[in-house]
Design a protein around this ligand. Sequence first.
Ligand code: IVH
Length: 699
Amino acid sequence: MTPRIPVDQLTPLDAAAELAGLAAEIASHDRAYYQADAPSITDADYDALRQRNAAIEARFPELVRADSPSRRVGAAPSEGFGKVRHARPMLSLDNAFTDEDVREFDQKIRRFLGLEDDQPVEMVAEPKIDGLSISLRYEKGRFIQGATRGDGSEGEDVTANLLTIADLPKVLSGDAPDVLEVRGEVYMLRSDFFAMNEARKAAGDKTLFANPRNAAAGSLRQLDATITASRPLSLFCYASGEASEPVAETHWGFLNRLRDWGFKVNDRVRLCQGVEEVLAFYHAIGSERAALPYDIDGVVYKVNRLDWQTRLGQVSRSPRWATAHKFPAEQVETVLREIAISVGRTGALTPYAILDPVTVGGVVVGRATLHNEDEIMRKDFRAGDTVLIQRAGDVIPQVVSVTLAKRPEDARPFVPPEVCPVCGSLAVKPEGEAIRRCTGGLTCDAQRVERLIHFASRRAFDIEGLGEKNVEFLFSTGRIRSPADIFRLEEAEKDTLLPLKTQPGWGARSTQKLFDAIRARRVIPLDRFILALGIRQVGEATARLLARHYHSFDGWNSAMRAAAAERESGGEAWQQLTAIDQIGPGVAGDIADFFREEHNLKALEDLAGQLERIEDFVQASATSPVAGKTVVFTGTLTGMSRDEAKARAQDLGAKVAGSVSSKTDYVVAGADAGSKLAKARDLGVTILSEEEWLTLING
Ligand code: IVH
């Protein structure tokens, strides 16, 4: 565990780097959990990672990665079972950790739907069973196939195993639609779990399951279904997938139909009138938790009206109409041995705690975040102190408080470092800011190396063989000091007395492979090129926006130089840059800063000179009538909120802009549209009413 800077103090560069790390880390836990049924961390830790990822993405939406965990559910299926493509993707749920989070969830829904303040959102609250989710397909009332979630789009065919579960209806009673997909949770009752482990122990079996969830997952995913048959599995159903006809108007109604057809539905589900009622339910069941016959890790809230669910839709992997309110995690006491400091890519110095290792929620913790210097001072954490560690959703793990009664007499207050522990440059903390930074800039090796690592990373130049360790080696031996040096590496090798292939860890083959990989990147798409430069706040999404907008390297390069020069005067190039939706003055300012630095321009030219070609941006082929079009919404819409309208347009591949220009394709004007409508008229931009827009997008 590396210590984490509080999200609100991250720089864009730190954020991009951390999102990359989180994507890899979460993917590896997903593989362990979904494919090997052997979780590598506790659920609370895992949630904390995902939540951290979500929090960073919420603050830096332009940095959301294509491989972000927020866009994906679980891991791709493992070999062994047949594959099943889900007719409708199996989504996952967003998490809420506090009552405040839940109130915000409610607020977002009402904003999106444009509800009045006094109109409560009816919600169904359901215990969140800790098992594994499955999808069941019925045709003409008969169970024909069942699958695990897998990566959300494709799971494993576990039909034979599911047939062994008594709770699963093989034939439905009453009138079910011809095609019906039902989603639910396979779980193990606590009593069954203990009895099964006891029996295994008695039989001399050393492999006991750690908890009911692992036992359920391990039992269901047996290639030999007779083994599954011998395991006490249970099933609750709670959601729908594909259905050939509508089955209800509300989720509550749907649950009742499930019962009528013969499915087991948890009888602790509750229909609630608004957010305060779901919270009351959460707190009530929380205190009852230990007495329940099965493990639950929270409560799921779902908007009751299905037409509202449809309108709310989803954001990447999770529906907007549901959330999982998790139970809080454990707190434990341990000794803070030392306050250590790490240096990040932008020079941020982050203090973190080295702890006497302690087990929290099943995992050994040896390090924890201390937030920042001010927090250490405010809470007066000292080396030697006995502290309380928490593994909550927010930061992982974190030092919460100090037990003063146990403070050793010789414990001294923390003294912030005056110089960077890596390069020795002055470390300064501007008045009012939370983070102390190394002032070494590109003379600080920690920062230079981090930037080169970013340059060669998968989303940027994607140079295979140029990962963290090799960049560090090539940097420390003076072979690579700037991005352009990477492309001079092979040539430089010819003159050296100490060729790379003679160095420890480098053979002739790996060296040749690296040179080949580098050569292959002398042709690079514009968006990757832009991303690789490591401009503050310019992550993948922003790089793509820029590439899409300016199309060619020459176009982009000259426009950015012009925009940088016109920043104060607000000239046309600057205006064009800031008019791109999602590129505000902050991001534009960072781009301008980059293009105003002589050494950046030199490095950029040096690099471009080494490349064979920077490819123009090509728009992925799209079929919707508004794909690739730039749309501006203005005025009050009646059928949907602005957020909803924007989300739908973006789902269809349109670009939504905040202001009207000659580049705008459509202005959708609601009631009382003002200056934007006038400007659209001036510029001759196509103006659509709300209905015309709907007709257009609905084909
Ligand atoms: S609804 C789109 N309801 O929690 C809605 N999920 O974190 C999909 N789970 O994948 C899920 N109890 O494995 C839903 N009453 C419940 C649930 C539940 C447990 C699990 C399920 C899901 C995960 C999401």
